[in-house]
Design a protein around this ligand. Structure first.
Ligand SMILES: NC(=O)c1ccc[n+]([C@@H]2O[C@H](COP(=O)([O-])OP(=O)(O)OC[C@H]3O[C@@H](n4cnc5c(N)ncnc54)[C@H](O)[C@@H]3O)[C@@H](O)[C@H]2O)c1
Length: 256
């Protein structure tokens, strides 16, 4: 098989949660550039609409859906809307997320719950409801967004809830990959290091960010577009023998 044709997503239908901005937007554009039609599903509909418009300009079909990934009914509604529009779902990227710096001793129950609900429960709900559709087609690819924070403990900031959620997503990825392999559904995860997005923008010029750069072998932050190649690889037939993998993309951060 020609290697470039393995990256072709023509006719495929994808959902990207939190796809309106940051890494989600870049991954949505990557899949659209490779031929897929895209549903951008996230809390702020106006942001989703903007990215959906960019995708339409590429000549693909696009849909913006409002969803809070931590709410069962909203996730079911998202799946129903996308199914009604596209007829099937081939690719899901569980990307929606939040960041928060909080010490363990100062962390409230609300801090803990919102972090775990959005990252872990959201990944569970979206994966389960979409996988139930993929099982009917005997075909699908799920990509979960973990973090290098699932491998190491970041410093100097304190974020035990975030680190725990991202480590859980990595292990959850492997667990469901084993259950879904027999249905021809592959599940892998991407674990990014520090990337320049709306999430990190408020701190990129701080002393803390300077410390991150000192700790990073490449001495720079990732540009958002640098996630596109890996997302397309995992979404496409180019990675057809891969499931249950968690791949770091961190400028070498975790080697030190
Ligand atoms: N930027 C980094 O350095 C970095 C590093 C490692 C991992 N990540 C992870 O990558 C993912 C994307 O991060 P980003 O940097 O692009 O952040 P971002 O803040 O730019 O984008 C996050 C998106 O998720 C959406 N979202 C948040 N809560 C939601 C909810 N409950 N339901 C639906 N949508 C919701 C937001 O509206 C936003 O569109 C996150 O899971 C994040 O934890 C980011």
């Amino acid at each position: 098989m020609n290697v470039l044709s393995m990256f072709d997503l023509k006719g495929e239908k994808a959902i990207i949660t939190g796809g309106g901005q940051g890494l989600g937007r870049e991954m949505a554009l990557a899949l659209a550039e490779a031929g897929a039609d895209i549903a951008i599903a996230q809390r702020r509909l106006e942001v989703a609409e903007k990215t959906a418009d960019e995708i339409r300009k590429l000549g693909r079909d696009a849909l913006a859906v409002s969803v809070d990934v931590s709410k069962t009914q909203e996730v079911q509604n998202m799946v129903n809307i996308v199914k009604a529009k596209f007829g099937k779902i081939d690719i899901l990227i569980n990307n929606a997320g939040i960041g928060q710096g909080k010490s363990f001793l100062g962390m409230s129950e609300e801090d803990w719950d919102s972090m775990i609900d959005i990252h872990m429960k959201g990944t569970f709900l979206c994966s389960q409801m979409v996988a139930r559709e993929m099982v009917k087609e005997k075909k699908g690819t799920i990509i979960n967004i973990s973090s290098m924070s699932g491998f190491i403990i970041n410093r100097p900031q304190k974020q035990a809830h975030y680190n725990a959620a991202k480590a859980a997503i990595a292990h959850f990825t492997k667990s469901i990959a084993m259950e879904l392999a027999k249905y021809n559904i592959r599940v892998n995860a991407i674990a990014p290091g520090y990337m320049k997005t709306e999430m990190t923008a408020p701190v990129l010029n701080s002393d803390m960010a300077n410390e991150w750069l000192q700790l990073s072998p490449m001495g720079r932050f990732g540009e958002p577009y640098e996630i596109k190649g890996l997302a397309l690889y995992l979404a496409s037939r180019a990675s057809s023998f891969m499931t249950g993998s968690v791949i770091l993309i961190d400028g070498g951060y975790c080697c030190w």
